[in-house]
Write a protein that binds this ligand. Structure first.
Ligand code: SAM
Length: 247
């Protein structure tokens, strides 16, 4: 059993030695891998679906790990008591669902030593939620798999005293600081898509498109800031768009 690149990155963010709860475990591959490699002594695989949980159970049995990995049926963090897990992993779900799970199970989430979180949508809003709700992101990874980009973050349940810029909410404070090539590729792709949107807005009713245009231009500036095009080159890029009738 080999983990996908995405799950390997997520597993790599788990601090060794603690008990892990994997919420929305589905196939159970993540807890199986962590226990098999001795990263954690035991784990709890949670899922709201009977089918996925049965799949996890079968895989755990195949690997001979039933004495070390428990399966629990239920919604989000409901099947877990505060303090039962050192690390809570929630991955492979949309950001709004993950926010709901963390909000409903706040007591349990805040009792963990760390959380490893990988929302698959609305990541800007998810990071804002973490900051507002008293979590600190201590590290973040980004990866590309099958043409899709994923973010995975390690979080501790302690308020973050730092102010975040809008770009940091959008693309991750740690990622912006560390500038991995995968982030740069992601930003280039985003930039191209924003420029394409601007091009399409040219065809639209100018009155109706004005607000959307300002929004997209702000995103472009945000991306150019990170790509280090914000100075002279960024200005050039924006004025080139103006000349093209896109500005
Ligand atoms: N975590 C694995 C991963 O990242 O590969 C599996 C992700 S799978 C796409 C999402 C899983 O989350 C499904 O098995 C689904 O049943 C489960 N799920 C969805 N909502 C849930 C909830 N509220 N509580 C627990 N599990 C949930």
């Amino acid at each position: 059993m080999e983990l996908s690149k995405r799950l390997s990155v997520i597993a790599g963010l788990v601090t060794p030695g603690g008990r892990v709860a994997d919420v929305g475990s589905d196939h159970g591959y993540l807890p199986i891998d962590l226990v098999r490699r001795g990263i954690c002594p035991g784990a709890i695989a949670i899922d709201v679906g009977k089918g996925p949980l049965a799949r996890a159970k079968a895989h755990i049995q195949e690997q001979g790990l039933t004495d070390r990995i428990e399966v629990r049926l239920g919604d989000g963090l409901t099947p877990l008591l505060p303090g039962e897990a050192d690390t809570i992993v929630i991955a492979g779900m949309g950001g709004p669902l993950m926010q709901r799970i963390l909000a409903d199970g706040e007591k349990t989430a805040k009792a963990a030593k760390e959380l490893v979180l990988s929302p698959q949508s609305d990541v800007r809003e998810f990071r804002r939620f973490l900051k507002t709700e008293g979590y600190t992101v201590t590290g973040e990874q980004m990866l590309q798999e099958d043409g899709k980009y994923y973010a995975a973050m390690r979080v501790i349940p302690q308020p973050d005293p730092d102010e975040w810029t809008e770009a940091e909410y959008a693309y991750g404070k740690w990622l912006i600081r560390e500038r991995p090539p995968v982030l740069m590729a992601f930003l280039q792709k985003k930039l191209a898509s924003c420029e394409e949107i601007l091009g399409r807005l040219d065809q639209a009713d100018p009155g109706k498109a004005a607000a959307r245009r300002r929004e997209v231009e702000a995103k472009i500036r945000e991306i150019q800031d990170i790509l280090n095009l914000s100075g002279e080159e960024g200005e050039k890029s924006l004025s080139a768009m103006e000349k093209d009738g896109k500005g």
